[in-house]
Write a protein of this length. Sequence first.
Lengths: 303, 276
Amino acid sequence: MTAAIEVRDLVKTYGDTRAVDGLSFSVEEGEVFAILGPNGAGKSTTVEILEGHRPRTGGDVTVLGVDPGSAGSGFRDRLGIVLQSAGIDRELTVREVLEYYRTAYSRPRDVNELIELVELGEKADDRVGTLSGGQQRRVDLALGLVGDPDLIFLDEPTTGFDPAARRRSWDLIRNLTSLGRTIVLTTHYLDEAETLADRVAVLAGGRIVAEGTPSALRESLGEGTRISFELPAVDEPLNALLDPLRGTSRGRDRRIEITTDAPTADLAHITAWATSRGIELAGLQVTSTELEDVYLDLVGEDA
Amino acid sequence: MRRNVRLLVHQVRAQNRFFWRVPVGAFFTLILPILMLVLFVALFGNDLDFDGPAGASVSAAQFYTPALAVFAVGSATYTNIAINLSTRREDGILRRVRGTPLPPWIYMAGAILSSVWIALVSAAIMVTLGVIAYDVNIELAKVPAMIVTFAVGSATFATLGVALAGVARSASSASALANATILPMAFISNIFIDLGADPPRWLRVTADVLPLKYFGVAFSEAMNPWSDAPAFVPDRLGVMALWLVVGALIARWRFRWDPIPGSTGCSARRGRRSAS
Protein backbone atom coordinates (compact mmCIF):
# COMPACT_ATOMS: atom_id res chain seq x y z
CA MET A 1 0.00 0.00 0.00
CA THR A 2 1.12 3.52 -0.68
CA ALA A 3 0.46 6.48 1.54
CA ALA A 4 -2.26 8.89 0.50
CA ILE A 5 -1.14 11.32 3.18
CA GLU A 6 2.27 11.72 4.77
CA VAL A 7 2.76 14.27 7.54
CA ARG A 8 6.04 14.88 9.35
CA ASP A 9 6.62 17.35 12.20
CA LEU A 10 3.75 19.57 11.12
CA VAL A 11 3.65 22.86 13.00
CA LYS A 12 1.22 25.76 12.74
CA THR A 13 1.53 28.82 14.94
CA TYR A 14 -0.70 31.85 15.28
CA GLY A 15 1.40 34.48 17.00
CA ASP A 16 2.60 32.75 20.17
CA THR A 17 0.01 29.98 20.04
CA ARG A 18 1.04 26.62 18.65
CA ALA A 19 -2.27 25.35 17.24
CA VAL A 20 -0.51 22.32 15.74
CA ASP A 21 2.59 21.28 17.60
CA GLY A 22 4.68 18.72 15.74
CA LEU A 23 2.26 16.21 14.24
CA SER A 24 3.48 13.15 12.37
CA PHE A 25 1.21 10.53 10.87
CA SER A 26 0.42 8.84 7.61
CA VAL A 27 -2.77 7.59 6.02
CA GLU A 28 -2.71 4.63 3.64
CA GLU A 29 -4.70 4.52 0.44
CA GLY A 30 -8.16 3.12 1.05
CA GLU A 31 -7.97 3.72 4.77
CA VAL A 32 -10.49 5.52 6.95
CA PHE A 33 -8.50 7.68 9.32
CA ALA A 34 -10.18 9.56 12.15
CA ILE A 35 -8.72 12.60 13.89
CA LEU A 36 -10.42 12.67 17.24
CA GLY A 37 -10.23 15.47 19.74
CA PRO A 38 -12.12 18.13 21.62
CA ASN A 39 -12.81 21.57 20.16
CA GLY A 40 -9.62 23.56 19.84
CA ALA A 41 -7.36 20.50 19.71
CA GLY A 42 -6.07 21.49 16.26
CA LYS A 43 -8.20 19.13 14.14
CA SER A 44 -9.58 21.72 11.76
CA THR A 45 -6.27 23.50 11.34
CA THR A 46 -4.58 20.19 10.50
CA VAL A 47 -7.21 19.22 7.96
CA GLU A 48 -7.23 22.68 6.38
CA ILE A 49 -3.48 22.41 5.88
CA LEU A 50 -3.93 19.00 4.24
CA GLU A 51 -6.62 20.43 1.95
CA GLY A 52 -4.37 23.29 0.88
CA HIS A 53 -6.66 25.87 2.46
CA ARG A 54 -4.14 27.06 5.00
CA PRO A 55 -0.36 27.54 4.87
CA ARG A 56 1.73 25.72 7.47
CA THR A 57 4.48 27.13 9.65
CA GLY A 58 6.77 24.10 9.47
CA GLY A 59 7.11 20.42 8.67
CA ASP A 60 6.59 18.28 5.58
CA VAL A 61 3.20 17.42 4.14
CA THR A 62 2.48 15.24 1.12
CA VAL A 63 -1.09 14.59 0.03
CA LEU A 64 -1.78 12.42 -3.03
CA GLY A 65 1.88 12.77 -3.91
CA VAL A 66 2.01 16.57 -3.89
CA ASP A 67 2.56 19.38 -1.41
CA PRO A 68 -0.92 20.84 -0.75
CA GLY A 69 0.63 24.22 0.07
CA SER A 70 1.60 24.72 -3.57
CA ALA A 71 -0.75 22.32 -5.37
CA GLY A 72 -3.07 23.60 -8.07
CA SER A 73 -6.43 22.67 -9.48
CA GLY A 74 -5.19 19.22 -10.57
CA PHE A 75 -4.83 18.38 -6.87
CA ARG A 76 -8.27 19.68 -5.94
CA ASP A 77 -9.71 17.70 -8.84
CA ARG A 78 -8.95 14.52 -6.86
CA LEU A 79 -10.21 15.87 -3.54
CA GLY A 80 -13.66 15.81 -1.98
CA ILE A 81 -14.10 18.26 0.86
CA VAL A 82 -17.13 18.13 3.12
CA LEU A 83 -16.75 21.12 5.39
CA GLN A 84 -18.97 22.05 8.25
CA SER A 85 -18.46 25.72 7.50
CA ALA A 86 -18.97 25.67 3.72
CA GLY A 87 -22.36 26.99 2.62
CA ILE A 88 -24.53 26.05 -0.30
CA ASP A 89 -26.25 28.39 -2.73
CA ARG A 90 -29.68 28.38 -1.14
CA GLU A 91 -31.60 29.63 -4.14
CA LEU A 92 -30.72 26.64 -6.31
CA THR A 93 -32.38 23.24 -6.22
CA VAL A 94 -30.45 20.18 -5.08
CA ARG A 95 -30.09 19.04 -8.68
CA GLU A 96 -28.95 22.48 -9.88
CA VAL A 97 -26.33 22.76 -7.14
CA LEU A 98 -24.86 19.40 -8.11
CA GLU A 99 -24.96 20.31 -11.82
CA TYR A 100 -23.29 23.62 -11.01
CA TYR A 101 -20.36 22.18 -9.07
CA ARG A 102 -19.78 19.09 -11.17
CA THR A 103 -18.64 21.07 -14.23
CA ALA A 104 -15.47 22.05 -12.38
CA TYR A 105 -14.25 18.43 -12.22
CA SER A 106 -12.57 16.38 -14.90
CA ARG A 107 -14.44 13.16 -14.10
CA PRO A 108 -17.75 14.22 -12.59
CA ARG A 109 -20.19 11.69 -11.22
CA ASP A 110 -23.72 11.27 -12.46
CA VAL A 111 -26.08 13.65 -10.66
CA ASN A 112 -28.99 11.21 -10.40
CA GLU A 113 -26.72 8.56 -8.98
CA LEU A 114 -25.46 10.98 -6.33
CA ILE A 115 -28.97 12.05 -5.40
CA GLU A 116 -29.84 8.37 -4.97
CA LEU A 117 -26.72 7.77 -2.91
CA VAL A 118 -27.56 10.46 -0.36
CA GLU A 119 -31.25 9.54 -0.45
CA LEU A 120 -32.54 12.91 -1.57
CA GLY A 121 -34.59 11.63 -4.51
CA GLU A 122 -37.78 13.27 -3.33
CA LYS A 123 -36.06 16.59 -2.64
CA ALA A 124 -34.04 16.76 -5.86
CA ASP A 125 -36.03 19.65 -7.28
CA ASP A 126 -36.51 21.58 -4.05
CA ARG A 127 -34.41 24.63 -3.30
CA VAL A 128 -31.57 23.94 -0.89
CA GLY A 129 -32.79 26.74 1.39
CA THR A 130 -36.03 24.87 2.07
CA LEU A 131 -34.32 21.65 3.23
CA SER A 132 -33.83 20.65 6.84
CA GLY A 133 -30.39 20.86 8.40
CA GLY A 134 -29.81 17.14 8.04
CA GLN A 135 -30.87 17.15 4.40
CA GLN A 136 -28.54 20.05 3.68
CA ARG A 137 -25.70 18.08 5.22
CA ARG A 138 -26.49 15.27 2.82
CA VAL A 139 -26.28 17.76 -0.05
CA ASP A 140 -22.89 18.72 1.44
CA LEU A 141 -21.85 15.11 1.28
CA ALA A 142 -23.08 14.72 -2.30
CA LEU A 143 -21.08 17.82 -3.24
CA GLY A 144 -18.00 16.30 -1.64
CA LEU A 145 -18.41 13.27 -3.90
CA VAL A 146 -19.39 15.05 -7.11
CA GLY A 147 -15.86 14.97 -8.52
CA ASP A 148 -15.43 11.23 -7.82
CA PRO A 149 -12.54 11.99 -5.45
CA ASP A 150 -9.69 9.69 -4.46
CA LEU A 151 -9.45 11.35 -1.06
CA ILE A 152 -12.37 12.64 0.97
CA PHE A 153 -12.19 14.98 3.95
CA LEU A 154 -15.18 14.84 6.27
CA ASP A 155 -15.25 17.63 8.82
CA GLU A 156 -17.39 16.61 11.79
CA PRO A 157 -19.98 14.99 9.54
CA THR A 158 -22.67 14.41 12.17
CA THR A 159 -22.26 17.31 14.58
CA GLY A 160 -25.70 18.53 15.58
CA PHE A 161 -27.53 15.46 14.26
CA ASP A 162 -30.21 13.59 16.15
CA PRO A 163 -29.34 9.93 16.86
CA ALA A 164 -31.37 8.53 13.95
CA ALA A 165 -29.79 10.92 11.46
CA ARG A 166 -26.36 10.00 12.80
CA ARG A 167 -26.98 6.31 12.17
CA ARG A 168 -28.11 7.07 8.63
CA SER A 169 -25.03 9.17 7.95
CA TRP A 170 -22.79 6.49 9.33
CA ASP A 171 -24.35 3.94 6.96
CA LEU A 172 -23.77 6.35 4.13
CA ILE A 173 -20.13 6.91 5.06
CA ARG A 174 -19.57 3.17 5.43
CA ASN A 175 -20.94 2.88 1.91
CA LEU A 176 -18.19 5.21 0.74
CA THR A 177 -15.50 3.21 2.46
CA SER A 178 -16.61 0.14 0.54
CA LEU A 179 -15.79 2.03 -2.67
CA GLY A 180 -12.13 1.96 -1.64
CA ARG A 181 -11.72 5.68 -1.21
CA THR A 182 -9.39 7.16 1.35
CA ILE A 183 -11.26 9.07 4.00
CA VAL A 184 -10.01 11.47 6.63
CA LEU A 185 -12.60 12.21 9.24
CA THR A 186 -12.51 14.72 12.06
CA THR A 187 -14.85 14.28 14.96
CA HIS A 188 -15.21 14.94 18.63
CA TYR A 189 -17.45 11.91 19.05
CA LEU A 190 -15.61 8.87 20.20
CA ASP A 191 -18.30 6.42 19.06
CA GLU A 192 -18.16 7.94 15.59
CA ALA A 193 -14.43 7.35 15.30
CA GLU A 194 -14.86 3.86 16.70
CA THR A 195 -17.66 2.97 14.31
CA LEU A 196 -16.19 4.36 11.11
CA ALA A 197 -12.43 4.46 11.33
CA ASP A 198 -9.75 1.87 10.64
CA ARG A 199 -7.33 3.99 12.59
CA VAL A 200 -7.72 6.82 15.08
CA ALA A 201 -5.36 9.59 16.13
CA VAL A 202 -6.36 11.34 19.33
CA LEU A 203 -5.40 14.99 19.24
CA ALA A 204 -5.11 17.28 22.25
CA GLY A 205 -3.36 20.62 22.45
CA GLY A 206 -2.04 20.28 18.89
CA ARG A 207 -0.30 16.97 19.59
CA ILE A 208 -1.17 13.35 18.96
CA VAL A 209 -1.63 11.80 22.40
CA ALA A 210 -2.59 8.33 21.14
CA GLU A 211 -2.83 6.57 17.81
CA GLY A 212 -3.92 3.16 16.57
CA THR A 213 -6.92 1.02 15.67
CA PRO A 214 -9.90 1.52 17.96
CA SER A 215 -9.31 -1.88 19.61
CA ALA A 216 -5.57 -1.30 20.00
CA LEU A 217 -6.32 2.02 21.64
CA ARG A 218 -8.56 0.26 24.13
CA GLU A 219 -5.86 -2.23 25.01
CA SER A 220 -2.85 0.03 25.15
CA LEU A 221 -4.71 2.50 27.27
CA GLY A 222 -5.33 -0.04 29.98
CA GLU A 223 -8.85 -1.05 29.48
CA GLY A 224 -10.05 -2.78 32.59
CA THR A 225 -12.79 -3.07 35.10
CA ARG A 226 -14.02 -0.28 37.26
CA ILE A 227 -15.25 -0.83 40.78
CA SER A 228 -16.95 2.08 42.45
CA PHE A 229 -18.92 2.76 45.59
CA GLU A 230 -19.87 5.63 47.84
CA LEU A 231 -17.33 6.87 50.37
CA PRO A 232 -17.99 4.74 53.49
CA ALA A 233 -18.67 6.63 56.74
CA VAL A 234 -15.92 5.20 58.96
CA ASP A 235 -13.74 6.78 61.64
CA GLU A 236 -10.47 5.23 60.47
CA PRO A 237 -8.19 6.19 57.55
CA LEU A 238 -8.93 4.26 54.37
CA ASN A 239 -5.37 2.90 53.98
CA ALA A 240 -6.39 -0.56 55.07
CA LEU A 241 -8.98 -0.55 52.30
CA LEU A 242 -7.04 1.08 49.50
CA ASP A 243 -3.36 0.20 49.97
CA PRO A 244 -3.60 -3.56 49.24
CA LEU A 245 -5.54 -3.04 45.99
CA ARG A 246 -3.87 -4.04 42.75
CA GLY A 247 -5.72 -1.41 40.72
CA THR A 248 -5.54 2.36 41.02
CA SER A 249 -8.05 4.23 43.08
CA ARG A 250 -9.24 7.77 43.22
CA GLY A 251 -11.93 9.77 44.89
CA ARG A 252 -14.48 11.46 42.71
CA ASP A 253 -17.73 13.17 43.68
CA ARG A 254 -17.83 11.47 47.10
CA ARG A 255 -17.32 8.12 45.43
CA ILE A 256 -14.30 5.92 45.27
CA GLU A 257 -13.38 4.60 41.82
CA ILE A 258 -10.95 1.77 41.34
CA THR A 259 -9.71 0.83 37.89
CA THR A 260 -8.15 -2.60 37.92
CA ASP A 261 -6.90 -5.53 35.85
CA ALA A 262 -7.62 -7.90 38.73
CA PRO A 263 -11.26 -7.29 39.53
CA THR A 264 -11.88 -10.59 41.32
CA ALA A 265 -9.05 -10.21 43.80
CA ASP A 266 -9.70 -6.53 44.41
CA LEU A 267 -13.40 -7.05 44.84
CA ALA A 268 -12.75 -9.88 47.32
CA HIS A 269 -10.50 -7.57 49.34
CA ILE A 270 -13.04 -4.74 49.32
CA THR A 271 -15.97 -6.89 50.39
CA ALA A 272 -13.84 -8.57 53.07
CA TRP A 273 -12.86 -5.15 54.40
CA ALA A 274 -16.48 -4.02 54.48
CA THR A 275 -18.03 -7.18 55.98
CA SER A 276 -15.39 -7.35 58.71
CA ARG A 277 -16.52 -3.89 59.79
CA GLY A 278 -20.20 -4.61 59.30
CA ILE A 279 -20.54 -1.92 56.64
CA GLU A 280 -22.80 -2.09 53.62
CA LEU A 281 -21.07 -0.32 50.68
CA ALA A 282 -23.68 1.96 49.18
CA GLY A 283 -23.94 2.12 45.37
CA LEU A 284 -21.42 -0.64 44.75
CA GLN A 285 -20.91 -1.08 41.02
CA VAL A 286 -18.64 -3.18 38.87
CA THR A 287 -18.43 -2.03 35.26
CA SER A 288 -16.01 -2.36 32.39
CA THR A 289 -14.35 0.90 31.41
CA GLU A 290 -15.44 2.45 28.15
CA LEU A 291 -13.17 3.89 25.54
CA GLU A 292 -14.95 7.11 26.45
CA ASP A 293 -13.24 7.15 29.87
CA VAL A 294 -9.88 6.46 28.32
CA TYR A 295 -10.45 9.27 25.86
CA LEU A 296 -11.51 11.76 28.50
CA ASP A 297 -8.45 10.88 30.56
CA LEU A 298 -6.28 11.43 27.51
CA VAL A 299 -7.57 14.81 26.49
CA GLY A 300 -7.66 15.91 30.11
CA GLU A 301 -11.35 16.60 30.43
CA ASP A 302 -13.65 15.53 33.20
CA ALA A 303 -16.95 14.09 32.18
CA MET B 1 -7.79 27.36 -22.79
CA ARG B 2 -10.95 25.98 -24.38
CA ARG B 3 -11.79 24.31 -21.11
CA ASN B 4 -11.42 27.66 -19.32
CA VAL B 5 -13.71 29.38 -21.82
CA ARG B 6 -16.29 26.65 -21.32
CA LEU B 7 -16.02 26.99 -17.54
CA LEU B 8 -16.33 30.76 -17.78
CA VAL B 9 -19.44 30.59 -19.96
CA HIS B 10 -20.94 28.12 -17.52
CA GLN B 11 -20.11 30.43 -14.60
CA VAL B 12 -21.71 33.48 -16.20
CA ARG B 13 -24.89 31.57 -16.96
CA ALA B 14 -25.09 30.04 -13.50
CA GLN B 15 -24.50 33.39 -11.80
CA ASN B 16 -27.18 34.91 -13.98
CA ARG B 17 -29.56 32.28 -12.75
CA PHE B 18 -28.66 33.16 -9.15
CA PHE B 19 -29.64 36.75 -9.91
CA TRP B 20 -33.08 35.94 -11.27
CA ARG B 21 -33.75 33.55 -8.39
CA VAL B 22 -33.97 36.46 -5.96
CA PRO B 23 -36.82 38.57 -7.32
CA VAL B 24 -36.33 41.35 -4.75
CA GLY B 25 -32.77 41.87 -5.91
CA ALA B 26 -33.81 41.78 -9.55
CA PHE B 27 -36.52 44.36 -8.85
CA PHE B 28 -34.16 46.79 -7.16
CA THR B 29 -31.58 46.49 -9.86
CA LEU B 30 -33.79 46.58 -12.94
CA ILE B 31 -37.13 48.12 -12.12
CA LEU B 32 -36.30 50.78 -9.54
CA PRO B 33 -34.19 52.98 -11.86
CA ILE B 34 -36.89 52.73 -14.55
CA LEU B 35 -39.54 53.68 -12.02
CA MET B 36 -37.41 56.68 -11.11
CA LEU B 37 -37.24 57.77 -14.74
CA VAL B 38 -41.02 57.62 -15.07
CA LEU B 39 -41.50 59.45 -11.75
CA PHE B 40 -38.95 62.18 -12.41
CA VAL B 41 -40.30 62.98 -15.84
CA ALA B 42 -43.84 63.07 -14.43
CA LEU B 43 -42.76 65.29 -11.54
CA PHE B 44 -40.62 67.77 -13.46
CA GLY B 45 -42.51 67.78 -16.77
CA ASN B 46 -40.62 67.25 -19.95
CA ASP B 47 -39.74 70.89 -20.79
CA LEU B 48 -36.29 72.16 -21.63
CA ASP B 49 -35.37 73.00 -18.01
CA PHE B 50 -32.21 71.00 -17.48
CA ASP B 51 -28.59 71.81 -18.14
CA GLY B 52 -27.22 69.50 -20.78
CA PRO B 53 -23.56 68.53 -20.72
CA ALA B 54 -22.57 71.16 -23.24
CA GLY B 55 -24.35 73.95 -21.40
CA ALA B 56 -27.45 73.79 -23.61
CA SER B 57 -30.89 73.14 -22.19
CA VAL B 58 -32.36 69.66 -22.47
CA SER B 59 -35.62 68.02 -21.49
CA ALA B 60 -36.07 66.14 -18.18
CA ALA B 61 -36.14 62.82 -20.03
CA GLN B 62 -33.00 63.72 -21.97
CA PHE B 63 -31.30 64.54 -18.68
CA TYR B 64 -32.58 61.58 -16.70
CA THR B 65 -32.40 58.73 -19.24
CA PRO B 66 -28.61 58.55 -19.50
CA ALA B 67 -28.18 59.58 -15.84
CA LEU B 68 -30.44 56.83 -14.54
CA ALA B 69 -29.02 54.33 -17.03
CA VAL B 70 -25.65 55.04 -15.43
CA PHE B 71 -27.18 54.65 -11.98
CA ALA B 72 -28.73 51.31 -13.00
CA VAL B 73 -25.32 50.14 -14.24
CA GLY B 74 -23.81 51.24 -10.95
CA SER B 75 -26.26 49.29 -8.83
CA ALA B 76 -26.16 46.22 -11.10
CA THR B 77 -22.39 46.07 -10.80
CA TYR B 78 -21.06 47.87 -7.73
CA THR B 79 -23.93 47.26 -5.28
CA ASN B 80 -24.80 43.77 -6.48
CA ILE B 81 -21.26 42.43 -6.59
CA ALA B 82 -20.37 43.88 -3.19
CA ILE B 83 -23.45 42.34 -1.56
CA ASN B 84 -23.32 39.02 -3.43
CA LEU B 85 -19.66 38.31 -2.85
CA SER B 86 -19.75 39.25 0.82
CA THR B 87 -22.94 37.24 1.39
CA ARG B 88 -21.40 34.21 -0.30
CA ARG B 89 -18.22 34.62 1.68
CA GLU B 90 -20.16 34.86 4.91
CA ASP B 91 -22.20 31.75 4.03
CA GLY B 92 -19.01 29.82 3.27
CA ILE B 93 -19.91 29.41 -0.40
CA LEU B 94 -16.69 31.05 -1.54
CA ARG B 95 -14.76 28.71 0.75
CA ARG B 96 -16.50 25.77 -0.89
CA VAL B 97 -15.63 27.12 -4.34
CA ARG B 98 -11.99 27.37 -3.30
CA GLY B 99 -12.04 23.66 -2.45
CA THR B 100 -13.02 22.73 -6.00
CA PRO B 101 -10.70 22.65 -9.02
CA LEU B 102 -12.45 25.69 -10.49
CA PRO B 103 -9.79 28.40 -10.94
CA PRO B 104 -10.70 31.30 -8.62
CA TRP B 105 -10.28 33.87 -11.37
CA ILE B 106 -12.97 32.13 -13.41
CA TYR B 107 -15.41 32.35 -10.52
CA MET B 108 -14.58 36.03 -10.08
CA ALA B 109 -14.80 36.74 -13.81
CA GLY B 110 -18.13 34.93 -13.88
CA ALA B 111 -19.51 37.12 -11.10
CA ILE B 112 -18.27 40.28 -12.82
CA LEU B 113 -19.42 39.38 -16.34
CA SER B 114 -22.87 38.28 -15.22
CA SER B 115 -23.42 41.57 -13.42
CA VAL B 116 -22.14 43.46 -16.46
CA TRP B 117 -24.68 41.55 -18.52
CA ILE B 118 -27.47 42.55 -16.12
CA ALA B 119 -26.18 46.13 -16.23
CA LEU B 120 -26.38 45.99 -20.02
CA VAL B 121 -29.97 44.72 -19.96
CA SER B 122 -30.88 47.40 -17.44
CA ALA B 123 -29.25 50.24 -19.41
CA ALA B 124 -30.77 48.99 -22.66
CA ILE B 125 -34.28 48.98 -21.16
CA MET B 126 -33.74 52.49 -19.84
CA VAL B 127 -32.49 53.91 -23.14
CA THR B 128 -35.17 52.12 -25.14
CA LEU B 129 -37.89 53.44 -22.84
CA GLY B 130 -36.45 56.97 -23.07
CA VAL B 131 -36.33 56.87 -26.86
CA ILE B 132 -39.78 55.34 -27.32
CA ALA B 133 -41.77 57.04 -24.56
CA TYR B 134 -40.00 60.38 -24.13
CA ASP B 135 -38.45 61.08 -27.50
CA VAL B 136 -34.93 61.01 -26.09
CA ASN B 137 -32.18 61.63 -28.63
CA ILE B 138 -29.98 58.79 -29.78
CA GLU B 139 -27.77 58.83 -32.86
CA LEU B 140 -26.16 55.92 -34.64
CA ALA B 141 -22.84 57.78 -34.96
CA LYS B 142 -22.66 58.16 -31.19
CA VAL B 143 -23.58 54.56 -30.36
CA PRO B 144 -19.90 53.48 -30.28
CA ALA B 145 -19.30 56.18 -27.65
CA MET B 146 -22.23 54.83 -25.63
CA ILE B 147 -20.85 51.30 -25.84
CA VAL B 148 -17.31 52.24 -24.90
CA THR B 149 -18.56 54.41 -22.03
CA PHE B 150 -20.72 51.56 -20.82
CA ALA B 151 -17.81 49.12 -21.03
CA VAL B 152 -15.39 51.32 -19.07
CA GLY B 153 -18.03 52.38 -16.56
CA SER B 154 -19.40 48.92 -15.85
CA ALA B 155 -15.89 47.46 -15.56
CA THR B 156 -14.94 50.22 -13.12
CA PHE B 157 -17.96 49.85 -10.87
CA ALA B 158 -17.79 46.05 -10.96
CA THR B 159 -14.16 46.22 -9.82
CA LEU B 160 -15.08 48.70 -7.10
CA GLY B 161 -17.77 46.25 -6.01
CA VAL B 162 -15.18 43.51 -5.56
CA ALA B 163 -13.01 46.00 -3.66
CA LEU B 164 -15.91 46.89 -1.37
CA ALA B 165 -16.59 43.19 -0.71
CA GLY B 166 -12.92 42.98 0.25
CA VAL B 167 -13.15 45.89 2.68
CA ALA B 168 -16.52 44.97 4.26
CA ARG B 169 -16.35 42.46 7.08
CA SER B 170 -19.91 41.18 6.74
CA ALA B 171 -22.72 41.00 4.21
CA SER B 172 -24.83 43.51 6.11
CA SER B 173 -21.99 46.00 6.30
CA ALA B 174 -21.31 45.52 2.59
CA SER B 175 -24.94 46.28 1.84
CA ALA B 176 -24.91 49.38 4.05
CA LEU B 177 -21.58 50.59 2.67
CA ALA B 178 -22.68 50.10 -0.94
CA ASN B 179 -25.81 52.17 -0.46
CA ALA B 180 -24.08 54.73 1.75
CA THR B 181 -21.57 55.39 -1.02
CA ILE B 182 -23.50 55.13 -4.26
CA LEU B 183 -26.60 57.11 -3.20
CA PRO B 184 -24.87 60.30 -1.95
CA MET B 185 -22.50 60.01 -4.90
CA ALA B 186 -25.51 59.94 -7.24
CA PHE B 187 -26.97 63.07 -5.57
CA ILE B 188 -23.84 65.13 -6.10
CA SER B 189 -23.02 63.73 -9.55
CA ASN B 190 -25.98 65.07 -11.56
CA ILE B 191 -27.75 61.73 -11.49
CA PHE B 192 -30.85 62.32 -9.35
CA ILE B 193 -30.89 66.10 -9.53
CA ASP B 194 -29.44 68.76 -11.76
CA LEU B 195 -26.98 70.64 -9.56
CA GLY B 196 -26.92 73.55 -12.00
CA ALA B 197 -23.90 75.67 -12.88
CA ASP B 198 -22.90 76.72 -9.39
CA PRO B 199 -23.13 74.05 -6.69
CA PRO B 200 -21.28 74.53 -3.37
CA ARG B 201 -17.58 74.18 -3.97
CA TRP B 202 -17.01 71.23 -1.57
CA LEU B 203 -19.77 69.25 -3.28
CA ARG B 204 -18.29 69.91 -6.68
CA VAL B 205 -14.78 68.98 -5.58
CA THR B 206 -16.03 65.77 -3.97
CA ALA B 207 -17.98 64.79 -7.07
CA ASP B 208 -14.97 65.66 -9.23
CA VAL B 209 -12.81 63.17 -7.37
CA LEU B 210 -15.35 60.32 -7.52
CA PRO B 211 -16.00 58.23 -10.64
CA LEU B 212 -19.81 58.38 -10.99
CA LYS B 213 -19.97 61.94 -12.31
CA TYR B 214 -17.59 61.11 -15.14
CA PHE B 215 -19.61 58.05 -16.04
CA GLY B 216 -22.78 60.18 -16.14
CA VAL B 217 -21.19 62.99 -18.10
CA ALA B 218 -19.64 60.64 -20.65
CA PHE B 219 -22.86 58.73 -21.18
CA SER B 220 -25.01 61.89 -21.36
CA GLU B 221 -22.61 63.37 -23.85
CA ALA B 222 -22.99 60.32 -26.07
CA MET B 223 -26.77 60.88 -26.04
CA ASN B 224 -26.80 64.68 -26.01
CA PRO B 225 -28.51 66.14 -29.13
CA TRP B 226 -26.11 69.13 -29.04
CA SER B 227 -22.86 67.18 -28.93
CA ASP B 228 -20.87 66.31 -32.03
CA ALA B 229 -20.39 62.71 -33.11
CA PRO B 230 -18.56 60.56 -32.14
CA ALA B 231 -18.97 62.30 -28.75
CA PHE B 232 -16.11 60.48 -27.02
CA VAL B 233 -14.81 62.10 -23.85
CA PRO B 234 -11.48 60.35 -23.27
CA ASP B 235 -10.46 62.40 -20.23
CA ARG B 236 -13.65 61.39 -18.38
CA LEU B 237 -13.12 57.77 -19.34
CA GLY B 238 -9.52 58.12 -18.18
CA VAL B 239 -10.59 59.19 -14.68
CA MET B 240 -12.88 56.17 -14.50
CA ALA B 241 -10.10 53.88 -15.65
CA LEU B 242 -7.96 55.31 -12.85
CA TRP B 243 -10.66 54.27 -10.38
CA LEU B 244 -10.70 50.85 -12.01
CA VAL B 245 -7.02 50.47 -11.24
CA VAL B 246 -7.51 51.70 -7.66
CA GLY B 247 -10.41 49.24 -7.21
CA ALA B 248 -8.39 46.37 -8.62
CA LEU B 249 -5.50 47.10 -6.26
CA ILE B 250 -7.78 47.27 -3.22
CA ALA B 251 -9.54 44.06 -4.29
CA ARG B 252 -6.24 42.29 -4.74
CA TRP B 253 -4.98 43.52 -1.39
CA ARG B 254 -8.08 42.97 0.73
CA PHE B 255 -10.32 40.35 -0.85
CA ARG B 256 -10.57 37.08 1.10
CA TRP B 257 -12.41 33.85 0.24
CA ASP B 258 -12.73 32.50 3.75
CA PRO B 259 -15.43 33.74 6.12
CA ILE B 260 -14.12 36.48 8.39
CA PRO B 261 -14.10 35.31 12.01
CA GLY B 262 -16.59 37.17 14.11
CA SER B 263 -18.76 38.31 11.23
CA THR B 264 -22.40 37.39 11.63
CA GLY B 265 -23.48 34.11 10.13
CA CYS B 266 -20.00 32.71 9.78
CA SER B 267 -20.84 29.83 12.08
CA ALA B 268 -24.62 29.89 11.79
CA ARG B 269 -24.51 29.77 8.07
CA ARG B 270 -28.07 28.85 7.15
CA GLY B 271 -31.36 30.60 7.41
CA ARG B 272 -30.27 34.13 6.79
CA ARG B 273 -29.93 36.29 3.76
CA SER B 274 -29.65 40.02 3.52
CA ALA B 275 -31.85 41.73 1.00
CA SER B 276 -29.98 43.00 -1.98
